[in-house]
Design a protein around this ligand. Structure first.
Ligand SMILES: Cc1cc2nc3c(=O)[nH]c(=O)nc-3n(C[C@H](O)[C@H](O)[C@H](O)COP(=O)(O)OP(=O)(O)OC[C@H]3O[C@@H](n4cnc5c(N)ncnc54)[C@H](O)[C@@H]3O)c2cc1C
Length: 320
């Protein structure tokens, strides 16, 4: 009887070890890989997220790894020391699948403490910067995703009230929008819908960062509604389909735009007018100046935008 018990328990133990050991080995290997990725990202300056990202509560995290597996962008999160950890923050697009999939509510998506961030401009509830009349839409404000960009572009235009007397001046736009990505397109359509005089300026072609995605990249987007155009009906597009959509919108609604012109400064001219200064991408000595009552900066975050905002005089959470 005793012998039978010993044999049975030895067998049970053997079977458990047979399955458990490879699992433990794999978990250790994954943790090591995550640490290495974190270290590599740190060296390349890619470890810290620039937009909204997972904020993990380690005391709630049970280390199940669901968030790691659900991230559509790959290795943003990893398990280190049995807890979910950001290992490659700069690649985070803020989809929020980690938050939705966490079984214990240990993740929320946000920007963290923006009062300590020198790369996040101070904005009021209407996306207005510290300079009255200058607004920020889209990823430049810290929130990525096409849905957020489109919604912010719309929100700004909705509450904009250009001075009706000034609006009669032929060379003064009610609003100039810089950036022809989803935020800028949405703002331009909104401006057109409200019959504002507007001008959209971009240094490249229409479409924004989508143009920089890898070929055939699958873009996930929640259903959003653009002024005049209506809903973007699919939740998944290829990069090429989305560019085609932006180009069709640009053409169909005859968006008043100036392409291949790069903004280099916005200067207040008087109490109610801004002087918007651009250079020609193909001829940098060729400078253009445009006047507007309001300016929407929808520049994204792919270049030197933060330095440009600081030059314009826009205030940030933490001034270093
Ligand atoms: C690889 C990758 C994959 C992504 N995948 C997804 C996804 O699946 N789903 C999703 O919702 N989001 C995704 N995103 C994020 C999404 O693309 C951005 O959040 C969104 O494009 C932001 O829109 P925006 O209008 O704020 O800025 P952008 O799209 O970045 O557009 C900014 C525009 O401003 C112009 N500009 C910049 N500076 C100047 C200047 N000085 N003068 C004139 N013009 C200027 C640029 O040329 C550009 O056209 C992804 C991003 C990347 C990089």
């Amino acid at each position: 009887m005793i012998l039978e018990n010993v044999v049975t328990w030895t067998l049970v133990g053997g079977v458990i070890l047979f399955f458990l050991l490879p699992y433990i080995r794999q978990t250790k290997k994954n943790a090591q890989l995550s640490l290495e990725t974190k270290e590599r990202s740190k060296q390349m300056g890619d470890d810290i997220p620039t937009v909204q990202h997972p904020l993990i509560n380690p005391s709630l995290c049970i280390g199940c790894g669901t968030c790691v597996r659900k991230c559509p962008e790959g290795t943003i999160l990893g398990l280190v020391g049995g807890k979910s950890t950001i290992i490659n923050g700069a690649n985070c697009k803020g989809h929020g699948r980690c938050e939705a999939s966490c079984p214990v509510g240990a993740i929320t998506i946000g920007l963290g403490d923006t009062s300590k961030r020198s790369d996040i401009p101070i904005l009021d509830e209407n996306q207005q910067t510290s300079i009255e009349g200058i607004y920020i839409a889209g990823e430049l404000g810290g929130y990525a995703l096409i849905r957020n960009a489109v919604n912010q572009g719309k929100t700004i235009i909705k509450q904009l009230k250009p001075d009706a007397t000034l609006s009669k001046q032929p060379d003064l736009f009610d609003v100039i929008i810089i950036g022809g990505g989803p935020a800028g397109i949405s703002a331009a359509l909104g401006a057109k819908e409200k019959k504002f005089s507007y001008l959209l300026i971009d240094q490249q072609a229409i479409g924004g960062t989508v143009r920089q995605y890898p070929r055939e990249k699958l873009v996930l987007t929640d259903l959003v509604e653009l002024p005049l155009y209506g809903k973007l009906t699919k939740s998944e597009y290829t990069k090429e389909e989305l560019i085609q959509t932006w180009e069709t919108i640009h053409k169909k609604f005859k968006i008043h735009s100036l392409l291949t012109k790069k903004l280099f400064n916005v200067v207040r001219q008087d109490e109610s007018t801004f002087d918007v200064r651009v250079t020609d991408i193909n001829d940098p000595k060729n400078i253009g100046r445009y006047k507007a009552q309001n300016v929407i900066l929808a520049l994204g975050r792919r270049g030197n935008e933060i330095a440009l905002l600081k030059k314009i005089g826009i205030q940030f959470g933490s001034e270093d």
